[in-house]
Design a protein around this ligand. Structure first.
Ligand code: PLP
Length: 354
């Protein structure tokens, strides 16, 4: 099956008379004893349907297994917890701020050592892998849109005995399958493209490694970082149209990137050539502030990956890396008509020129 077909058909009840098309929302804190489920923190059929579908998208023909979490950051915390005392984590200097913050917190408390690298500088990453326990990859990175050479990083990390996790939130399994490139774990903020409608907070981890799956499952049971049932239902509903939405958002983003490159107010366009995320750099933080307030269609908001287009100046967050330009605007391109998106963005950029 192709990804679009998988997205539509996986995680459904069997094709039998009277079965519903969709796995229902099962509200259960406990189950009658003697089966596999027992208690609501261990298992839920609505989560299981979502997990089957996402595992099928990330794993393709070879398959994979998925665990869903209360949020992307709950999944991040669970993976970082795999690192033993004083183990070294190699991570991108530009990455999702919540992941960087967790790493900094663990380092400050003496739990792990952290080496931040430019993830697009493969030689530097390979050198850093030497004594690592975990290599954290985000590609493209938030918000600089740097792209990592995953196969080369996997080779170096595995030679050092380190696990590799790829945060695949920006590219989604439609555009990038890190497990096929050798990664041990794939992480998602399901909140973003997979759920896709800005109404759900959820995370997921996908792996082909049965041992890692068992450890992660046991830890999810133990700490209770599980998602809500309604969230799992909505995320699966969103996943059904993921390939269509990603295709449209990517086409819009590619076209806007071409036009933005010629706009006099735009100093730099950072677009990796795929996906719906674009960063543009204006001359100053002030100019970027003006643009984010001057749009009418584009919503000034954080987060990303919804059907609606959003934008924000990243350095408005005081803890964002100082190496990110003050004038950088991150655009999450939605699935609206590209001409409407362009008209609104162009008029807002013109306002900043006055
Ligand atoms: C949003 C995001 C996260 C965190 O996920 P939450 O669902 O917000 O907890 C992690 N990585 C990336 C790339 C993200 O965009």
């Amino acid at each position: 099956m192709h990804p679009t077909t998988r997205a539509v058909h996986l995680g459904r009840p069997p094709h039998e008379p009277d079965q519903p098309f969709n796995e229902p929302i099962t509200m259960a804190s406990t189950y009658v004893a003697g089966g596999d489920r027992e208690y609501g923190r261990y298992a839920n059929p609505t989560w299981a349907a979502f997990e089957e579908a996402l595992a099928g998208l990330e794993g393709g023909e070879q398959g994979a297994r998925c665990l869903s979490y209360a949020s992307g950051l709950a999944a991040v915390a669970t993976i970082l917890d795999l690192v033993g005392p004083s183990g070294k984590v190699v991570a991108p200097r530009h990455a999702y701020l919540g992941s960087i913050t967790q790493l900094a917190d663990l380092e400050m408390r003496g739990r792990v050592k952290v080496e931040l690298v430019d993830i697009s500088d493969t030689d530097a990453v390979v050198t850093a892998c030497d004594d690592a326990a975990l290599v954290w990859v985000e590609t493209p990175t938030n918000p600089m849109m740097e792209v990592a050479d995953v196969p080369a990083i996997v080779r170096a990390a595995h030679a050092a005995g380190a696990y590799v996790v790829v945060d695949n939130t920006f590219a989604t399994p439609v555009l990038q399958q890190p497990l096929d490139q050798g990664a041990d774990l794939v992480l998602h903020s399901v909140t973003k493209y997979i759920a896709g409608h800005s109404d759900v907070l959820m995370g997921a981890i996908v792996t082909r490694d049965d041992e890692l799956y068992a450890v992660l499952k046991q830890r999810r049971d133990m700490i209770g970082a599980a998602p809500g049932t309604l969230e799992a239902y909505l995320a699966l509903r969103g996943l059904r149209t993921l390939p269509l939405r990603v295709e449209r958002a990517s086409a819009n983003a590619a076209e806007l990137s071409r036009r933005l490159a010629d706009h006099p107010q735009v100093r730099e366009v950072r677009y990796p050539g795929f996906g719906g995320m674009v960063a543009i750099v204006l001359d100053s933080g002030d100019a970027a502030d003006v643009v984010q307030h001057a749009t009418r269609l584009w919503v000034y908001a954080t987060s990303l990956g919804g059907v609606e287009s959003t934008l924000e100046r990243r350095r408005r967050w005081k803890t964002e890396a100082a190496t990110i330009p003050e004038g950088l605007l991150r655009l999450s391109v939605g699935i609206e008509d590209v001409e409407d998106l362009w008209d609104d963005l162009a008029q807002a950029l013109d306002v900043s020129a006055r």
